[in-house]
Design a protein around this ligand. Structure first.
Ligand SMILES: *Cc1c(COP(=O)(O)O)cnc(C)c1O
Length: 230
């Protein structure tokens, strides 16, 4: 299993490097978050041993369980799925980056946990770039409002934006949605508050991470491709 994982990881990293080069960027500008939601703790640990130190989970409870089961000081957990306010207190202390903040009530809950911990919690604001009703994320007006609101919260650090392309979007439409997220990042690149610095763009999954990199992604979240044939 570990050999197959290693070769999958190598192939994904290769494709990341090529896409970064194609768009005139350095491979070091793109972080691979390996999404482990398809597998158990044992397989997740194998993936860590195959060189993936940034791991992403969709569900907070699963992340807690795995963080308990796999203790590695250089493992960085990313929460990429929906977070409910009553799960913030257990999630924030063990997470490097929360990608999926989609409401001001959640921002407020994260801020109070940050206050309890006496440190800033690092997060991204999720934007609904596909416009699909079923998707989480702020719309454009909501994002403007969220940035203003977050600027008043001392214990959150807003590091960028996260988005997911529509399920059935082809290449052109997918790229358009990613480019839109990058435009929004640039629109707010000169924010009013010191706890807001939109340097990260988390976009791109197994089916579209190369397009995402070409459109400016700094973080890609890849799952199924890593477990292909494992
Ligand atoms: C599952 C998931 C991914 C990874 O998707 P793959 O297509 O398996 O690479 C990335 N981001 C989010 C938010 C996810 O839920």
């Amino acid at each position: 299993m570990i050999e197959k994982l290693r070769s999958n990881v190598a192939s994904v990293r290769d494709r990341i490097a090529t896409a970064a080069e194609r768009s005139g960027r350095s491979v070091d500008d793109v972080t691979l978050v390996a999404v482990t939601k398809y597998v158990d703790s044992a397989a997740t640990e194998q993936l860590f041993r195959a060189g993936c130190h940034d791991l992403g989970e969709g569900r907070p409870q699963v992340l807690w369980g795995k963080a308990d089961a796999i203790y590695r000081p250089d493992l960085r957990w990313h929460l990429i799925g929906h977070l409910q306010r009553n799960k913030v207190a257990r999630t924030a202390p063990i997470t490097t980056l929360i990608h999926s903040v989609d409401s001001n009530r959640l921002l407020n809950a994260i801020n109070s946990v940050g206050s309890d911990l006496n440190r800033q919690i690092n997060l991204l604001l999720e934007v609904n770039i596909s416009g699909e009703q079923a998707k989480h994320g702020y719309d454009e007006a909501g994002l403007a409002d969220a940035l203003e609101y977050a600027g008043l919260l001392k214990f959150v650090q807003v590091s960028g934006l996260m988005g997911m392309a529509g399920l059935d979007a082809g290449e052109l439409e997918t790229r358009r949605q990613f480019a839109h997220l990058r435009d929004l990042q640039q629109r707010y690149s000169d924010p009013q508050a010191s706890n807001i610095r939109l340097t990260e763009l988390s976009m791109g999954m197994s089916n579209d991470f190369e397009w995402a990199i070409e459109e400016g992604a700094t973080i890609v979240r890849v799952g199924s491709l890593l477990f292909d044939g494992v």
